[in-house]
Design a binder for this molecule. Structure first.
Ligand code: GLU
Length: 328
């Protein structure tokens, strides 16, 4: 999978060597993090697992590490659910009326499963990438899909280019440990911001968190968001370009829990993390990236993953604030 092309050599950058150097810097940081126990136990993940995968829009892939181990994608699924909801409601009035009246687009600055703002802000979550907002997105999916879990899995599988599965075991543990998510859903229900029952919404949420993907599949699957909404593998339009850019904007401002400001500052790429220890990042018009290392920092982001993305972004000049030229 690891290849260096004539183009890279022409530009004087050996990207595979860059990945190896980045891994050398990032990997040791994992020792200071903490693995989310139930996910690791169920999936057989190890604290020492590590992967970086950079998949360019033309399919060329630079990668190293544990690329093929599948883990439950957890919060990263929130982006796919948002994309599916946008596909259902359509751009323009649809997305405005059916989505943005019910969920905001502001960073929360609070932990991903906090209830505090929700009470103050009349049951309207700050954004679709915190738990409260993701539950609203799932409620929208229930409005439009006969089988939201199935449609999400189909979308993820198509984007990954391989058939994916949901771990029923992980989904069951999600539901067994959902007291806080249940409280969030009930609070939103009390403000009339939920159309379906709490059980129905939590069922979709638990199953989307339990979709299992590898780092290589995640990098491949997220390329459409770096390509104005078109999956470069199939030329299929997944989202209108305006919406694809806006999803990327929400990832930049809200995708990494209450560390989004620090991620924008140090990495400068739209990112979405999950408590599985994976982080996907978009290098618009160039590539999608996935880094995976299970131990998390105190905000719930992969510790080594964050360091790896920082190093990678610096070494390849990837920051979206830099402009279109980079070493890729
Ligand atoms: N299953 C987790 C939860 O809600 C997902 C968390 C995450 O990856 O941020 O609560």
């Amino acid at each position: 999978m690891t290849t260096t092309t004539a183009d890279d050599v022409d530009q004087g950058v050996d990207i595979d060597q860059v990945l190896a150097d980045v891994a050398d810097v990032a990997r040791p940081c994992a020792e200071d993090g903490e693995v989310k126990a139930y996910i690791a136990d169920l999936a057989g993940m190890e604290p020492g697992n590590f992967a970086i995968c950079v998949t360019e829009l033309d399919g060329e892939t630079h990668a190293m590490g544990d690329l093929d181990i599948r883990f439950s994608i957890q919060s990263i699924s929130k982006v796919l659910a948002l994309v599916l909801a946008m596909r259902k409601v359509g751009e323009g009035v649809g997305v405005q009326e059916q989505l943005w009246r019910r969920v905001g687009r502001e960073p929360s600055g609070d932990p991903f499963n906090s209830l505090v703002q929700l009470e103050r802000e009349q049951g309207v979550p700050r954004n679709p990438l915190i738990n409260a907002g993701a539950l609203i997105v799932d409620d929208v999916l229930l409005d439009h899909c006969a089988d939201p879990k199935g449609e999400l899995l189909t979308l993820a599988s198509e984007l990954a280019g391989e058939e994916l599965t949901i771990s029923e075991e992980v989904a069951r543990v999600e539901e067994d440990t959902s007291a806080r998510n249940r409280a969030i859903a009930n609070l939103m229900l009390s403000f009339d911001n939920l159309h379906h029952t709490v059980d129905e919404v939590l069922d979709v949420y638990a199953h989307q968190c339990a979709i299992e993907m590898s780092a290589a599949q995640l990098a491949r699957a997220f390329r459409f968001l770096a390509n104005d909404g078109v999956d470069p593998a199939t030329d299929r339009r997944i989202l209108h370009p305006d919406l694809a850019r806006r999803v990327a904007a929400i990832m930049l401002t809200c995708g990494t829990y209450d560390a989004a400001g620090e991620f924008a500052y140090s990495i400068g790429l739209p990112c979405k993390s999950g408590v599985c220890g994976a982080i996907v990042a978009l290098a618009p018009k160039q590539a999608a990236i996935c880094v995976w290392s299970p131990p998390l920092d105190d905000k719930g982001n992969s510790l080594a993953g964050r360091v790896a993305l920082h190093e990678l972004s610096d070494r390849l000049d990837l920051s979206v604030f830099k402009g279109p030229e980079s070493a890729l």
